[in-house]
Design a protein around this ligand. Structure first.
Ligand code: NDP
Length: 419
Protein backbone atom coordinates (compact mmCIF):
# COMPACT_ATOMS: atom_id res chain seq x y z
CA UNK A 1 0.00 0.00 0.00
CA UNK A 2 1.12 3.56 -0.72
CA UNK A 3 1.43 6.01 2.21
CA UNK A 4 -0.81 9.07 1.74
CA UNK A 5 -0.01 12.61 2.77
CA UNK A 6 -1.87 12.19 6.05
CA UNK A 7 0.38 9.23 6.83
CA UNK A 8 -2.28 6.57 6.16
CA UNK A 9 -1.86 3.89 3.52
CA UNK A 10 -4.07 3.98 0.43
CA UNK A 11 -4.15 2.14 -2.91
CA UNK A 12 -5.82 -1.13 -1.98
CA UNK A 13 -6.21 -4.05 -4.42
CA UNK A 14 -9.55 -5.87 -4.77
CA UNK A 15 -7.78 -9.00 -3.52
CA UNK A 16 -7.25 -7.46 -0.07
CA UNK A 17 -10.95 -6.60 0.27
CA UNK A 18 -11.92 -10.12 -0.81
CA UNK A 19 -9.36 -11.53 1.66
CA UNK A 20 -10.86 -9.41 4.46
CA UNK A 21 -14.39 -10.59 3.59
CA UNK A 22 -13.23 -14.21 3.50
CA UNK A 23 -11.52 -13.87 6.90
CA UNK A 24 -14.67 -12.40 8.43
CA UNK A 25 -16.43 -15.65 7.55
CA UNK A 26 -13.51 -18.00 8.06
CA UNK A 27 -12.49 -16.88 11.56
CA UNK A 28 -15.92 -17.32 13.20
CA UNK A 29 -16.44 -20.58 11.25
CA UNK A 30 -13.11 -21.93 12.53
CA UNK A 31 -13.95 -20.93 16.09
CA UNK A 32 -17.30 -22.76 15.96
CA UNK A 33 -15.67 -25.75 14.28
CA UNK A 34 -13.14 -26.02 17.13
CA UNK A 35 -15.84 -25.66 19.79
CA UNK A 36 -17.89 -28.46 18.20
CA UNK A 37 -15.00 -30.77 17.48
CA UNK A 38 -13.43 -30.47 20.96
CA UNK A 39 -16.52 -32.03 22.55
CA UNK A 40 -16.96 -34.75 19.90
CA UNK A 41 -15.63 -38.29 20.38
CA UNK A 42 -13.13 -38.40 17.46
CA UNK A 43 -12.02 -34.76 18.04
CA UNK A 44 -10.65 -34.52 14.50
CA UNK A 45 -9.16 -31.11 13.73
CA UNK A 46 -9.23 -31.66 9.99
CA UNK A 47 -12.47 -33.60 9.58
CA UNK A 48 -15.94 -32.09 9.19
CA UNK A 49 -17.70 -30.92 12.37
CA UNK A 50 -19.81 -33.62 14.05
CA UNK A 51 -23.01 -31.69 13.17
CA UNK A 52 -24.14 -28.20 12.24
CA UNK A 53 -25.88 -26.51 15.17
CA UNK A 54 -29.24 -24.87 14.52
CA UNK A 55 -30.04 -21.30 15.47
CA UNK A 56 -31.93 -22.50 18.57
CA UNK A 57 -28.65 -23.96 19.89
CA UNK A 58 -26.62 -20.87 19.08
CA UNK A 59 -28.91 -18.02 19.98
CA UNK A 60 -29.75 -17.45 23.63
CA UNK A 61 -30.77 -14.08 25.11
CA UNK A 62 -29.30 -15.27 28.44
CA UNK A 63 -25.85 -15.60 26.88
CA UNK A 64 -26.11 -12.14 25.37
CA UNK A 65 -27.14 -10.73 28.75
CA UNK A 66 -24.24 -12.55 30.41
CA UNK A 67 -21.88 -10.95 27.92
CA UNK A 68 -23.24 -7.48 28.61
CA UNK A 69 -22.93 -8.09 32.36
CA UNK A 70 -19.33 -9.27 31.85
CA UNK A 71 -18.42 -6.27 29.68
CA UNK A 72 -20.11 -3.95 32.19
CA UNK A 73 -18.19 -5.48 35.10
CA UNK A 74 -14.85 -5.23 33.30
CA UNK A 75 -15.58 -1.64 32.19
CA UNK A 76 -16.44 -0.71 35.80
CA UNK A 77 -13.18 -2.27 37.03
CA UNK A 78 -11.28 -0.39 34.29
CA UNK A 79 -12.77 2.90 35.46
CA UNK A 80 -11.83 2.32 39.12
CA UNK A 81 -9.01 4.56 40.38
CA UNK A 82 -5.67 3.16 39.17
CA UNK A 83 -2.41 3.21 41.13
CA UNK A 84 -0.73 4.53 38.00
CA UNK A 85 -1.76 6.34 34.83
CA UNK A 86 0.65 5.71 31.94
CA UNK A 87 1.24 7.76 28.83
CA UNK A 88 1.12 6.12 25.41
CA UNK A 89 3.54 6.68 22.51
CA UNK A 90 3.57 10.09 20.86
CA UNK A 91 0.78 10.42 18.27
CA UNK A 92 0.82 12.15 14.88
CA UNK A 93 -0.45 15.39 16.44
CA UNK A 94 2.38 15.15 19.04
CA UNK A 95 -0.05 14.43 21.88
CA UNK A 96 0.06 11.37 24.16
CA UNK A 97 -2.97 9.50 25.46
CA UNK A 98 -3.35 8.41 29.08
CA UNK A 99 -4.13 4.85 30.15
CA UNK A 100 -5.05 3.44 33.59
CA UNK A 101 -2.72 0.69 34.81
CA UNK A 102 -5.13 -1.42 36.83
CA UNK A 103 -5.52 -4.61 34.77
CA UNK A 104 -4.01 -6.88 37.42
CA UNK A 105 -6.25 -5.27 40.01
CA UNK A 106 -9.22 -6.06 37.70
CA UNK A 107 -8.11 -9.73 37.52
CA UNK A 108 -7.83 -10.01 41.31
CA UNK A 109 -11.15 -8.25 41.92
CA UNK A 110 -12.86 -10.46 39.31
CA UNK A 111 -11.43 -13.55 41.06
CA UNK A 112 -12.68 -12.28 44.42
CA UNK A 113 -16.16 -11.52 43.09
CA UNK A 114 -16.34 -14.92 41.39
CA UNK A 115 -15.13 -16.66 44.54
CA UNK A 116 -17.89 -14.96 46.52
CA UNK A 117 -20.36 -15.83 43.76
CA UNK A 118 -19.38 -19.52 43.81
CA UNK A 119 -19.70 -19.58 47.62
CA UNK A 120 -23.17 -18.08 47.21
CA UNK A 121 -24.10 -20.84 44.74
CA UNK A 122 -23.13 -19.40 41.33
CA UNK A 123 -23.02 -22.50 39.05
CA UNK A 124 -19.68 -21.75 37.36
CA UNK A 125 -19.30 -25.42 36.38
CA UNK A 126 -22.34 -24.97 34.10
CA UNK A 127 -20.49 -22.45 31.90
CA UNK A 128 -18.93 -25.07 29.59
CA UNK A 129 -22.45 -26.12 28.52
CA UNK A 130 -23.02 -22.55 27.32
CA UNK A 131 -19.86 -22.13 25.24
CA UNK A 132 -21.65 -22.30 21.87
CA UNK A 133 -24.29 -19.61 22.61
CA UNK A 134 -21.69 -17.49 24.43
CA UNK A 135 -19.38 -17.66 21.40
CA UNK A 136 -22.32 -16.79 19.14
CA UNK A 137 -23.19 -13.78 21.32
CA UNK A 138 -19.52 -12.69 21.27
CA UNK A 139 -19.51 -12.90 17.46
CA UNK A 140 -22.69 -10.82 17.21
CA UNK A 141 -21.26 -8.24 19.60
CA UNK A 142 -18.02 -8.15 17.57
CA UNK A 143 -19.89 -7.41 14.30
CA UNK A 144 -22.11 -4.73 15.85
CA UNK A 145 -19.31 -3.10 17.84
CA UNK A 146 -17.03 -3.03 14.75
CA UNK A 147 -19.83 -1.37 12.78
CA UNK A 148 -20.21 1.30 15.47
CA UNK A 149 -16.44 1.84 15.48
CA UNK A 150 -16.47 2.16 11.69
CA UNK A 151 -19.24 4.78 11.87
CA UNK A 152 -17.44 6.63 14.67
CA UNK A 153 -14.26 6.73 12.57
CA UNK A 154 -16.11 8.64 9.82
CA UNK A 155 -16.19 11.71 12.05
CA UNK A 156 -12.65 11.27 13.47
CA UNK A 157 -10.00 13.80 12.36
CA UNK A 158 -7.37 12.56 9.87
CA UNK A 159 -4.71 12.70 12.58
CA UNK A 160 -6.65 10.07 14.59
CA UNK A 161 -6.61 7.49 11.77
CA UNK A 162 -4.38 4.41 11.75
CA UNK A 163 -1.73 4.03 9.01
CA UNK A 164 -3.64 1.00 7.59
CA UNK A 165 -7.40 0.54 7.34
CA UNK A 166 -8.05 3.72 5.39
CA UNK A 167 -8.08 2.41 1.85
CA UNK A 168 -11.53 3.74 1.00
CA UNK A 169 -12.84 0.18 0.56
CA UNK A 170 -15.50 -0.17 3.28
CA UNK A 171 -15.14 -3.95 3.68
CA UNK A 172 -11.39 -3.80 4.10
CA UNK A 173 -11.52 -0.76 6.36
CA UNK A 174 -14.28 -2.30 8.50
CA UNK A 175 -12.08 -5.38 8.94
CA UNK A 176 -8.73 -3.69 9.61
CA UNK A 177 -10.10 -0.70 11.51
CA UNK A 178 -9.88 2.98 10.60
CA UNK A 179 -9.33 4.78 13.88
CA UNK A 180 -6.14 4.15 15.84
CA UNK A 181 -7.34 4.85 19.38
CA UNK A 182 -11.14 5.13 19.48
CA UNK A 183 -12.19 6.18 22.97
CA UNK A 184 -14.87 7.97 24.92
CA UNK A 185 -13.20 10.12 27.55
CA UNK A 186 -10.91 7.82 29.55
CA UNK A 187 -12.39 4.55 28.19
CA UNK A 188 -10.04 3.52 25.40
CA UNK A 189 -11.87 0.74 23.56
CA UNK A 190 -8.84 -0.96 22.02
CA UNK A 191 -6.73 -0.92 25.17
CA UNK A 192 -9.73 -2.13 27.19
CA UNK A 193 -10.57 -5.01 24.82
CA UNK A 194 -6.93 -6.10 24.31
CA UNK A 195 -6.37 -7.15 27.91
CA UNK A 196 -9.61 -7.32 29.89
CA UNK A 197 -12.87 -9.04 28.84
CA UNK A 198 -11.35 -11.63 26.46
CA UNK A 199 -8.15 -12.40 28.33
CA UNK A 200 -9.79 -12.65 31.77
CA UNK A 201 -12.72 -14.45 30.11
CA UNK A 202 -10.27 -17.04 28.76
CA UNK A 203 -8.99 -18.03 32.22
CA UNK A 204 -12.54 -17.93 33.56
CA UNK A 205 -13.64 -20.47 30.92
CA UNK A 206 -10.58 -22.59 31.78
CA UNK A 207 -11.55 -22.50 35.45
CA UNK A 208 -15.15 -23.45 34.65
CA UNK A 209 -13.87 -26.42 32.62
CA UNK A 210 -11.68 -27.46 35.56
CA UNK A 211 -14.65 -27.24 37.91
CA UNK A 212 -16.83 -29.26 35.58
CA UNK A 213 -14.12 -31.91 35.35
CA UNK A 214 -14.04 -32.04 39.15
CA UNK A 215 -17.83 -32.50 39.19
CA UNK A 216 -17.66 -35.25 36.56
CA UNK A 217 -14.62 -37.21 37.79
CA UNK A 218 -14.26 -36.30 41.45
CA UNK A 219 -11.18 -34.11 40.98
CA UNK A 220 -9.45 -32.21 38.18
CA UNK A 221 -6.75 -34.11 36.32
CA UNK A 222 -3.08 -33.16 36.51
CA UNK A 223 -3.20 -32.26 32.81
CA UNK A 224 -6.10 -29.85 33.48
CA UNK A 225 -4.21 -28.28 36.40
CA UNK A 226 -1.16 -27.71 34.20
CA UNK A 227 -3.12 -26.12 31.35
CA UNK A 228 -4.99 -23.88 33.82
CA UNK A 229 -1.80 -22.95 35.69
CA UNK A 230 0.27 -22.16 32.58
CA UNK A 231 -2.43 -20.06 30.96
CA UNK A 232 -3.22 -18.22 34.19
CA UNK A 233 0.48 -17.37 34.46
CA UNK A 234 0.37 -16.00 30.89
CA UNK A 235 -2.74 -13.89 31.49
CA UNK A 236 -1.54 -12.74 34.93
CA UNK A 237 1.79 -11.74 33.36
CA UNK A 238 0.09 -9.77 30.57
CA UNK A 239 -1.94 -7.84 33.16
CA UNK A 240 0.93 -7.40 35.61
CA UNK A 241 3.05 -5.90 32.81
CA UNK A 242 0.03 -4.17 31.32
CA UNK A 243 1.94 -1.01 30.50
CA UNK A 244 4.08 -2.97 28.01
CA UNK A 245 1.08 -3.34 25.69
CA UNK A 246 1.33 0.39 24.98
CA UNK A 247 4.41 -0.20 22.78
CA UNK A 248 3.02 -3.20 20.87
CA UNK A 249 1.97 -2.97 17.23
CA UNK A 250 -1.68 -3.54 18.09
CA UNK A 251 -1.76 -0.30 20.06
CA UNK A 252 0.74 1.87 18.20
CA UNK A 253 0.01 0.90 14.60
CA UNK A 254 -3.19 -1.09 14.00
CA UNK A 255 -6.65 0.42 13.68
CA UNK A 256 -9.44 -0.96 15.84
CA UNK A 257 -11.73 -2.90 13.52
CA UNK A 258 -13.32 -6.33 13.24
CA UNK A 259 -9.94 -8.13 13.16
CA UNK A 260 -8.96 -6.98 16.65
CA UNK A 261 -12.48 -6.74 18.09
CA UNK A 262 -13.33 -10.31 17.12
CA UNK A 263 -9.85 -11.49 18.10
CA UNK A 264 -10.05 -9.91 21.55
CA UNK A 265 -13.66 -10.71 22.44
CA UNK A 266 -14.35 -14.03 20.72
CA UNK A 267 -11.28 -15.74 19.30
CA UNK A 268 -9.10 -15.47 22.42
CA UNK A 269 -11.54 -16.78 25.06
CA UNK A 270 -13.14 -19.49 22.92
CA UNK A 271 -10.19 -20.87 20.96
CA UNK A 272 -7.35 -20.28 23.45
CA UNK A 273 -9.27 -22.42 25.96
CA UNK A 274 -9.26 -25.30 23.45
CA UNK A 275 -6.81 -27.47 25.40
CA UNK A 276 -8.97 -27.32 28.54
CA UNK A 277 -12.10 -27.98 26.44
CA UNK A 278 -10.39 -30.98 24.89
CA UNK A 279 -9.26 -32.33 28.28
CA UNK A 280 -12.78 -32.16 29.72
CA UNK A 281 -14.06 -34.50 27.02
CA UNK A 282 -10.86 -36.53 26.44
CA UNK A 283 -9.13 -37.10 29.80
CA UNK A 284 -5.41 -37.81 29.58
CA UNK A 285 -3.28 -39.71 32.06
CA UNK A 286 -0.12 -37.74 32.83
CA UNK A 287 2.68 -39.06 35.01
CA UNK A 288 4.79 -36.88 37.30
CA UNK A 289 8.04 -37.18 35.27
CA UNK A 290 6.28 -36.05 32.08
CA UNK A 291 4.44 -33.29 33.97
CA UNK A 292 7.77 -32.06 35.40
CA UNK A 293 9.35 -32.02 31.93
CA UNK A 294 6.39 -30.01 30.58
CA UNK A 295 6.68 -27.54 33.48
CA UNK A 296 10.36 -27.12 32.64
CA UNK A 297 9.52 -26.39 28.98
CA UNK A 298 6.96 -23.79 30.06
CA UNK A 299 9.45 -22.23 32.48
CA UNK A 300 12.13 -21.96 29.75
CA UNK A 301 9.60 -20.38 27.36
CA UNK A 302 8.41 -17.96 30.02
CA UNK A 303 11.98 -17.02 30.96
CA UNK A 304 12.84 -16.11 27.35
CA UNK A 305 9.48 -14.38 26.73
CA UNK A 306 9.59 -12.25 29.88
CA UNK A 307 13.34 -11.56 29.67
CA UNK A 308 13.10 -10.34 26.07
CA UNK A 309 9.96 -8.24 26.54
CA UNK A 310 11.21 -6.63 29.75
CA UNK A 311 14.63 -5.89 28.27
CA UNK A 312 13.12 -4.06 25.30
CA UNK A 313 10.61 -2.17 27.44
CA UNK A 314 13.26 -1.09 29.94
CA UNK A 315 15.48 0.04 27.09
CA UNK A 316 12.70 1.92 25.30
CA UNK A 317 11.69 3.67 28.52
CA UNK A 318 15.21 4.63 29.57
CA UNK A 319 18.28 3.48 27.58
CA UNK A 320 20.55 4.53 30.49
CA UNK A 321 18.82 2.19 32.95
CA UNK A 322 21.65 0.15 34.60
CA UNK A 323 19.92 -3.11 33.58
CA UNK A 324 20.38 -2.32 29.87
CA UNK A 325 23.06 0.40 29.78
CA UNK A 326 25.86 -2.11 28.97
CA UNK A 327 24.09 -3.67 25.98
CA UNK A 328 25.45 -2.99 22.48
CA UNK A 329 23.27 -0.81 20.28
CA UNK A 330 22.99 0.52 16.73
CA UNK A 331 22.02 4.17 16.25
CA UNK A 332 19.31 5.02 13.72
CA UNK A 333 18.51 8.22 11.83
CA UNK A 334 15.35 8.65 13.93
CA UNK A 335 17.38 9.13 17.11
CA UNK A 336 16.15 5.82 18.52
CA UNK A 337 18.58 2.96 19.02
CA UNK A 338 18.31 -0.76 18.34
CA UNK A 339 19.57 -3.37 20.79
CA UNK A 340 22.08 -5.68 19.18
CA UNK A 341 23.18 -7.78 22.16
CA UNK A 342 21.35 -9.45 25.05
CA UNK A 343 18.08 -11.19 24.07
CA UNK A 344 17.70 -9.00 20.98
CA UNK A 345 21.17 -10.04 19.79
CA UNK A 346 20.19 -13.73 19.81
CA UNK A 347 17.36 -13.49 17.25
CA UNK A 348 15.31 -10.54 15.97
CA UNK A 349 12.18 -11.66 17.85
CA UNK A 350 13.24 -13.53 21.00
CA UNK A 351 9.86 -12.78 22.62
CA UNK A 352 8.10 -14.75 19.85
CA UNK A 353 10.44 -17.69 20.46
CA UNK A 354 9.55 -17.79 24.17
CA UNK A 355 5.85 -17.47 23.35
CA UNK A 356 6.04 -20.44 20.94
CA UNK A 357 7.87 -22.62 23.48
CA UNK A 358 5.08 -21.88 25.97
CA UNK A 359 2.46 -22.70 23.32
CA UNK A 360 4.08 -26.14 22.98
CA UNK A 361 3.99 -26.65 26.77
CA UNK A 362 0.26 -25.82 26.81
CA UNK A 363 -0.50 -28.56 24.27
CA UNK A 364 1.75 -31.33 25.59
CA UNK A 365 -0.48 -32.17 28.64
CA UNK A 366 -3.12 -33.21 26.08
CA UNK A 367 -0.96 -36.14 24.93
CA UNK A 368 -0.13 -37.23 21.41
CA UNK A 369 -3.31 -39.04 20.40
CA UNK A 370 -4.96 -36.01 18.74
CA UNK A 371 -3.82 -33.09 16.61
CA UNK A 372 -6.66 -30.86 17.88
CA UNK A 373 -4.99 -29.54 21.07
CA UNK A 374 -1.97 -28.56 18.96
CA UNK A 375 -4.14 -26.19 16.93
CA UNK A 376 -3.01 -23.24 19.04
CA UNK A 377 0.66 -24.04 18.41
CA UNK A 378 0.09 -24.33 14.64
CA UNK A 379 -2.08 -21.22 14.39
CA UNK A 380 0.24 -19.22 16.63
CA UNK A 381 3.32 -20.18 14.60
CA UNK A 382 1.59 -18.93 11.44
CA UNK A 383 0.43 -15.76 13.22
CA UNK A 384 3.87 -14.92 14.61
CA UNK A 385 5.68 -15.65 11.32
CA UNK A 386 3.25 -13.30 9.55
CA UNK A 387 3.49 -10.72 12.35
CA UNK A 388 7.26 -10.87 12.30
CA UNK A 389 7.31 -10.22 8.53
CA UNK A 390 4.94 -7.26 9.02
CA UNK A 391 7.10 -5.84 11.79
CA UNK A 392 10.26 -6.26 9.66
CA UNK A 393 8.65 -4.23 6.85
CA UNK A 394 7.68 -1.49 9.28
CA UNK A 395 11.12 -1.42 10.91
CA UNK A 396 12.83 -1.29 7.51
CA UNK A 397 10.60 1.65 6.59
CA UNK A 398 11.30 3.34 9.94
CA UNK A 399 15.02 2.68 10.33
CA UNK A 400 16.28 2.02 6.75
CA UNK A 401 20.01 1.28 6.64
CA UNK A 402 20.28 0.85 10.42
CA UNK A 403 17.70 -1.94 10.25
CA UNK A 404 19.67 -3.65 7.44
CA UNK A 405 22.79 -3.44 9.63
CA UNK A 406 20.84 -4.98 12.53
CA UNK A 407 19.68 -7.84 10.25
CA UNK A 408 23.31 -8.49 9.27
CA UNK A 409 24.42 -8.62 12.92
CA UNK A 410 21.42 -10.76 13.94
CA UNK A 411 20.60 -12.92 10.92
CA UNK A 412 17.91 -15.18 12.44
CA UNK A 413 14.34 -14.00 12.88
CA UNK A 414 12.76 -16.23 15.55
CA UNK A 415 14.64 -19.51 16.02
CA UNK A 416 18.46 -19.40 16.22
CA UNK A 417 20.17 -21.19 13.30
CA UNK A 418 16.80 -22.32 11.90
CA UNK A 419 14.59 -19.36 11.00
P1 NDP B 1 7.31 -6.65 19.77
O1 NDP B 1 7.08 -6.44 21.22
O2 NDP B 1 8.32 -7.67 19.36
O3 NDP B 1 7.66 -5.25 19.17
C1 NDP B 1 8.26 -5.05 17.91
C2 NDP B 1 8.92 -3.69 17.99
O4 NDP B 1 10.04 -3.76 18.86
C3 NDP B 1 9.49 -3.20 16.68
O5 NDP B 1 8.48 -2.63 15.86
C4 NDP B 1 10.46 -2.15 17.19
O6 NDP B 1 9.68 -1.00 17.55
C5 NDP B 1 11.00 -2.78 18.46
N1 NDP B 1 12.25 -3.49 18.21
C6 NDP B 1 12.49 -4.49 17.33
N2 NDP B 1 13.77 -4.89 17.39
C7 NDP B 1 14.36 -4.13 18.34
C8 NDP B 1 15.66 -4.07 18.86
N3 NDP B 1 16.64 -4.85 18.42
N4 NDP B 1 15.93 -3.16 19.84
C9 NDP B 1 14.96 -2.35 20.30
N5 NDP B 1 13.69 -2.36 19.83
C10 NDP B 1 13.40 -3.25 18.87
O7 NDP B 1 6.00 -6.99 18.97
P2 NDP B 1 4.57 -7.50 19.24
O8 NDP B 1 3.71 -6.36 19.58
O9 NDP B 1 4.23 -8.29 18.02
O10 NDP B 1 4.63 -8.55 20.49
C11 NDP B 1 4.58 -8.24 21.86
C12 NDP B 1 4.40 -9.55 22.65
O11 NDP B 1 3.07 -10.03 22.50
C13 NDP B 1 5.30 -10.67 22.17
O12 NDP B 1 5.83 -11.36 23.28
C14 NDP B 1 4.38 -11.59 21.39
O13 NDP B 1 4.83 -12.93 21.44
C15 NDP B 1 3.06 -11.38 22.12
N6 NDP B 1 1.90 -11.62 21.27
C16 NDP B 1 0.99 -12.57 21.71
C17 NDP B 1 -0.15 -12.83 20.98
C18 NDP B 1 -1.11 -13.87 21.45
O14 NDP B 1 -2.18 -13.99 20.84
N7 NDP B 1 -0.82 -14.62 22.47
C19 NDP B 1 -0.43 -12.11 19.72
C20 NDP B 1 0.60 -11.15 19.36
C21 NDP B 1 1.71 -10.92 20.12
P3 NDP B 1 10.33 0.41 18.01
O15 NDP B 1 11.71 0.44 17.49
O16 NDP B 1 9.41 1.43 17.42
O17 NDP B 1 10.28 0.40 19.52
Amino acid sequence: MRPREDGTEGGLGQGSARGAAALMLLLPATMFHLLLVARSGPARLLGPPPYLPGLEELWSPRSLLLWFAWLGLQAALYLLPAHKVAEGQELKDKSRLQYPINGFQALVLTALLLGLGVLAGLPLGALPEMLLPLAFAATLIAFIFSLLLYLKSQVAPASALAPGGNSGNPIYDFFVGRELNPRIHFLDFKYFCELRPGLIGWVLINLALLMQEAELRGSPSLAMWLVNGFQLLYVGDALWYEEAVLTTMDITHDGFGFMLVFGDLAWVPFTYSLQAQFLLHHPQALGLPMASAICLINAVGYYIFRGANSQKNTFRKNPSDPRVADLKTISTATGRQLLVSGWWGMVRHPNYLGDLIMALAWSLPCGASHLLPYFYLLYFTALLVHREARDERQCLQKYGLAWREYCQCVPYRIVPYIY
